[in-house]
Design a protein. Structure first.
Length: 68
C-alpha cells in the first residue's frame, strides 16, 4: 500500500487561512497574542523590504540604474 503524498502548502497559504479564521472563537488573551505575533511578522517583513531596497540601491550605485 502506498503512503499518501505530502500535501504541499503554497507560499502564503497559511497566512490566507489565518486571516479567514473566525475571531469570535478567540478569547481576549488569544487575540492579544495574535496581535503580537502579527506585529512581529510586520516588523520582519519591513526589515526584509529594507534589506532588499538597500541591496537594490547598492547594485544601482555600482552598475547604474536600469531602465525604468
Amino acid at each position: 500500500m502506498e503512503e499518501p503524498a505530502e500535501v504541499r502548502v503554497g507560499r502564503g497559504q497559511r497566512l490566507i487561512e489565518a486571516v479567514r479564521e473566525d475571531l469570535e472563537l478567540f478569547g481576549v488573551a488569544e487575540l492579544e497574542e495574535r496581535i503580537e505575533v502579527l506585529q512581529s511578522e510586520i516588523a520582519r517583513c519591513q526589515a526584509q523590504i529594507d534589506r532588499k531596497r538597500a541591496g537594490r540601491a547598492a547594485a544601482d550605485a555600482l552598475f547604474g540604474a536600469g531602465p525604468s
